[in-house]
Design a protein around this ligand. Structure first.
Ligand code: AMP
Ligand code: GLY
Length: 443
């Protein structure tokens, strides 16, 4: 058996790493990857203004849809490993293409990315493998949708089948709202992503995110996390990409995580193998902990954002080896992820108006930051012509801190947020309320 002891690591070439994506997620991946001394340079395309604040990181301009240019640049920069962050290039088959060109790639091929880019396919996949998930109906016409909604007595969730930048899920309060949602999806609100609608039984319980790094046959788990999806405090308001997170999630005790492994994670890997899908990347299990046990809400073929920013600081310099082993199909069956004994939390600062319309281009001023076990990962920033840092997205930046307990973590995070200023800055003050012992006393 091939050895992956530290002495053999020097034979792995990992000098130049290339990351595709432009969010806080990709910046935190770059930050975790550059910790390893074998890594000399991390290139990001397109990255954002925060990318070059990270040690060893450089942004390069490449149109990833121009395949010739991409291959030429990867060869020119002598790239040893490509990490594809977002779902869209994965759904478009970029990993397949680069693997054919003999690059080492972390990120599934198109067949694996289907777990995320077709919700109906993923539901059928779970049904075949007996993986617990909400009951569902797949429809492609309003008549069919109406028939099912009218004959059903349970509350439902309405989803566009394909990718919709996190906006394709509706949680209606009445049958009329269900029809409206199904109608708007089928009428083209999300283009071809809405040719099929998935109607789902509405289930209840806290949500957790579990990430499995997979090498095609084996997997290893990252620390668990909980995300805050709603815009407003007390988990109210519209759904967003995520307003903050914490890791690990104390809700998942060792026993409960073992149950999730047995009922969900291992059956997912087996079903992929059964279907000859050689999945080399991360599977993000979006789970709901219901009264009757854990259920899959969704699969994603990428890291979560902001869960990724939250988890990365808990990992040691070996993280990049894990990515490489996944890319090569070389994980060992007893792979260990070395994690800090600290806990981590992340608060996202957004532009006023997010997740709906918002303005960008406001100057960001950052005062005196406590940088001891704290990171700022830019999510949507750019530079003005004279080098000022500007807002350039709905989610602008992530403030991440680690400490012995979640009270200390969020105390530091919110202290740092007081030092960050831009017009219209908004963030939730209650991120991690479930795990902050002092929270109820303070509020
Ligand atoms: P998704 O993009 O599928 O993760 O859905 C976005 C959010 O909608 C989830 O994080 C849940 O909060 C909610 N959601 C999705 N499916 C269901 C469901 N079947 N029952 C209740 N809530 C759901
Ligand atoms: N944090 C949710 C997501 O990345 O989809």
């Amino acid at each position: 058996m091939e050895s992956h002891s530290p002495s053999s690591k020097s034979f792995i070439r990992l000098e130049n790493i290339f990351i595709i994506g432009n969010g806080g997620r990709e910046n935190s991946l770059a930050w975790a990857i550059q910790k390893n001394e074998l890594v000399k340079k991390v290139y990001l395309t397109p990255g954002n203004a925060g990318s070059e604040r990270i040690n060893k990181c450089e942004r390069i301009k490449i149109d990833i849809n121009n395949k010739n240019e991409l291959v030429e640049k990867l060869n020119f920069f002598k790239i040893d490993l490509v990490v594809i962050g977002p779902e869209i290039p994965l759904a478009n088959g970029l990993a397949d293409f680069l693997r054919k060109k003999k690059f080492k790639v972390f990120g599934p091929n198109k067949d694996g990315a289907k777990l995320e880019f077709s919700k109906s396919w993923a539901k059928e996949f779970m049904q075949d493998a007996n993986i617990p998930t909400a009951n569902f109906w797949k429809v492609d016409s309003l008549e069919e949708a109406k028939k099912i909604i009218n004959s059903s007595s349970i509350p439902m969730v309405v989803k566009a089948d394909g990718l919709a930048s996190g906006k394709g899920v509706f949680i209606p309060n009445s049958k009329d709202e269900c029809f409206e949602a199904a109608e708007s999806i089928l009428n083209g609100r999300f283009g071809n992503s809405g040719n099929i609608v998935v109607l789902e039984e509405k289930i209840q319980g806290p949500e957790v995110s579990v990430f499995a790094l997979c090498d095609g046959k084996r997997y290893t788990l990252l620390p668990t996390a909980q995300d805050h999806k709603r815009l407003k405090e007390k988990d109210k308001g519209p759904n967003t990409g995520g307003m903050g997170a914490y890791s690990p999630a104390p809700l998942l005790t060792e026993d409960y995580l073992n149950r999730i492994i047995k009922e969900i994670i291992e059956p997912t890997i087996s079903e992929l193998n059964k279907r000859n899908i050689d999945y080399r990347g991360v599977i993000y299990f979006g789970l709901m902990i219901t009264e009757s046990g854990p259920k899959v809400i969704e699969y994603n073929c990428r890291f979560g954002d902001p869960e990724c920013q939250t988890i990365m600081p808990l990992l040691d310099q070996n993280f990049v080896f894990l990515l490489e082993k996944c890319a090569m199909g070389n994980l060992t069956s007893d792979e260990k992820i070395y994690t800090s004994d600290k806990v981590s939390g992340c608060v996202i600062a957004t532009s006023k108006g997010y997740p709906f319309e918002y303005e960008t281009g406001f100057q960001i001023n950052i005062g005196k930051i406590d940088s001891n076990d704290c990171q700022i990962f830019d999510s949507g920033t750019s530079f003005s012509e004279n080098g000022e840092l500007l807002t350039n997205g709905g989610r602008v930046l992530s403030v991440v801190c680690q400490d012995k307990d979640f009270d200390l973590v969020f105390e530091k995070a919110y202290k740092n947020l007081k030092e960050i200023h831009f017009e219209g800055i908004y963030f939730r003050n209650d991120i991690g309320y479930q795990v902050r012992k002092n929270f109820s006393k303070e509020n």
